[in-house]
Write a new protein. Sequence first.
Length: 411
Amino acid sequence: MMEDKGPPGLSPLLNGRLGALADYPFPRLTALLSGVAPLANVEPVVMSIGEPQHAPPALLDQALRDNAHLWGKYPPVAGTPDFRAAVAGWLSRRYALPDGFIEADRMVLPLAGTREGLFLLAQLAVPEEKGGRRPAVLIPNPFYAVYQGAAVLAGADAIFLPAVKETGWLPDLDAVDDSTWARTALFYLCTPANPQGAVADLAYLKRALSLARRFGFVLAVDECYAEIWDKAPPPGALEAAKALGGLNPTANLLVFHSLSKRSGAAGLRSGFVAGDPNLIQAFGRMRNYALAGNPLPALAASAALWRDEAHVEENRRLYREKIDAAEAALGGRFGFYRPAGGFFLWLDVGDGEEAAKKLWQHGAIRVLPGAYLTQPEPSGINRSQPFVRVALVHDTDTVSRTLERMARILA
């Protein structure tokens, strides 16, 4: 196995693999803009980070108050039966799964937001070797930085699969050769995709899961944006598992969901992982060592949110309203298209870094260069270099005014 070495000067007390991590996008953006003074007479608008700004539903606060007497208790890592039942019920309703398809006590684990689960999964799923070779973790490119961090710190080769316009903004599964699939330990797939908003259809998900079973790797489907959609609800990987069937229909599959986007409750740090009961059992065993568990009041509030759809429908309406405003301001320019899911715009502005500096200096608008979410291809080309990611998380009036200002500045 290759030896992981950090850059010169990395302390010998530290894990040498840290040196192989790419710079995290947001400190990188701070460094880019550090010498740029924003327009002084305009209130800054931060559209670089996907932090929901909608007011959380009232039932969240009420559920926390009703369960305040539980703050003094240590929470079980596996969560509570009520939480697991609420999640299993929601999955069954959302994806039209048959009764018993999701066994609440064997196939669901709470997470402190999906970030920790997505990261820890690589520690669970990546072996020392696969087929006598260094294992690989496949990652869509652009990607959520946690996928790369998880792969590198687990000792795997992170292999980035271009997800560009020519491939429908999703990784081209046919472009991966059998030799690479054979050493793959884990494949991270995000649908709806961040940042492009593309949705994997049922045929794509079935193909990905079939490959996972054929070559013996874990398919991790990050579905955190699944409840924010424009025209139609995105299909889920559990639907693909249902369609493929088998003695263990969820074999090789884990799906990740969160209340951060669905319910505008990012500060609750509540999500879950569900799927293959054998993987869930092993995941729970590892988390006993790594995590303290979600607080019991938070689990009770989470269960209430998973059981309620009214606030989600209103949340979705507000995001759709913002997409309408974006289309009015940007339609026909900068490669604008209506994302099928999520709340990001993926705009072609010619040079993402230069546009980010210009927008900050002349408009006090903070956006994220697309190159900061992407690894260069082996040729050295970064096909996201012309793009910026814009998060539509503010109220509709703010979004509309800011995008109109953005269009004027970039024109």
